[in-house]
Ligand binder design. Structure first.
Ligand code: DAH
Length: 338
């Protein structure tokens, strides 16, 4: 009985193999599929007949039948692929093949977005080097050597003796621009910064900042408030409370830290705002007269404001991301969402 069944299905397979060879279009292939793999195929009928076999015979027979079925499926798939390949060639109405294009990194997108907002307010875009000298990163920004405020920035030195370092903030771009141009000026300077920080949920040794600077006659703190308030509203696209709190930076006087009401919990208190209801988003202030002197501007004639903000932090708040490291893992499942 077992031997007989096996011989028959093998013959059935051979028949299928022979028949499929001549098939050149999908209609005939479908008929073949019904005959050899369909519900009423000979193979399926045998499957229902094995109940009369002994237990061991059933195992052997079942295995054989499944093997034959698998081989028939393979024959079918191969023929289907070949036929479709040929038919597609002549079908002008099929949709085109989509090319995978990728997209901009979320940080690049946020930078573009922020820069655009300031661009609409008339700010020009500026850039500076990532490898800086001690002079531009600190000294010219009113932070001479031995100044205790230098400790705020954990610096990567490339050559300590030659005073070459990786910039710790984008503020040196202020100096480079002021050395080159005379007021009035309004610039926005995005770029990479580096600090000897741990790589954890909120820190990365490489990150991005956007620096802003406006210098002219009669620039006042109210201009700074107006510009930043407009920016915050445009960026978050909702009404948020803005707080200017006194702070300290060597290159501004007075200095302020700007906080906004938490965009996640709306002041109820959550882990992102540390239950304070507010989030600090940037540093700013009126340009220190010593900074103007260092670039040859007369502080009696000119005044100005400056600010600096962390791009990753703003991106995290906007998209509600709780770990900065996602930006750098290069995981497409994350990156494709933006
Ligand atoms: N450079 C500062 C930092 O990295 C941020 C900053 C504060 C920039 C005040 C400014 C400013 O231009 O006026 O912490």
């Amino acid at each position: 009985m077992l031997k007989e069944i096996i011989e028959k299905v093998e013959l059935f397979f051979e028949e299928g193999k022979k028949e499929i060879e001549g098939i050149k279009d999908s209609e005939l292939l479908e008929k073949w599929r019904i005959k050899f793999l369909g519900r009423k195929s000979y193979l399926n009928q045998i499957f229902s007949k094995i109940s009369s076999l002994t237990k061991e015979e059933k195992v052997i027979c079942g295995k054989k039948l499944n093997e034959i079925k698998q081989n028939l499926i393979e024959l079918y798939e191969r023929a289907k692929f070949q036929i479709e390949k040929k038919e597609i060639k002549y079908n002008l109405f099929l949709p085109g093949v989509k090319v995978k294009t990728g997209n901009l990194h979320p940080i690049t997108k946020i930078i573009d977005e922020i820069v655009q907002i300031f661009y609409r307010m008339g700010f020009a875009i500026a850039e500076g080097p990532e490898i800086e000298t001690d002079y531009y990163n600190f000294t010219a920004l009113n932070t001479p050597e031995e100044h205790p405020a230098r400790d705020i920035w954990d610096t990567f030195y490339i050559e300590k003796e030659k005073n070459i370092l990786l910039r710790t903030h984008t503020s040196p771009v202020q100096i480079r621009i002021m050395e080159k141009y005379t007021p009035p000026l309004k610039i926005i300077a995005p770029g990479k910064c580096f600090r000897r920080d741990a790589f954890d949920t909120s820190h990365s040794p490489m990150f991005h900042q956007i620096e802003g600077l406006m210098v002219d006659k009669d620039i006042k703190f109210t201009h700074l408030k107006g510009v930043l308030s407009y920016f915050i509203y445009e960026f978050f696209k909702k009404e948020v409370k803005i707080v200017f709190a006194p702070s300290y930076f060597p290159f501004t006087e007075p200095s302020a830290e700007v906080s906004i009401s938490c965009v996640i919990c709306e002041e109820k208190g959550c882990s992102t705002c540390g239950n304070t209801g507010f989030l600090e988003i940037l540093g700013c202030g009126m340009v220190h007269p010593n900074v103007f002197k260092n670039v040859g501007y007369d502080p009696k004639i000119y005044t100005g404001f400056a600010f600096g903000m962390g791009v990753e932090r703003l991106a995290m708040l906007k998209y509600q991301i709780d770990d900065i490291r996602y930006f750098y893992y290069n995981d497409l499942r994350f990156l494709e969402q933006f």
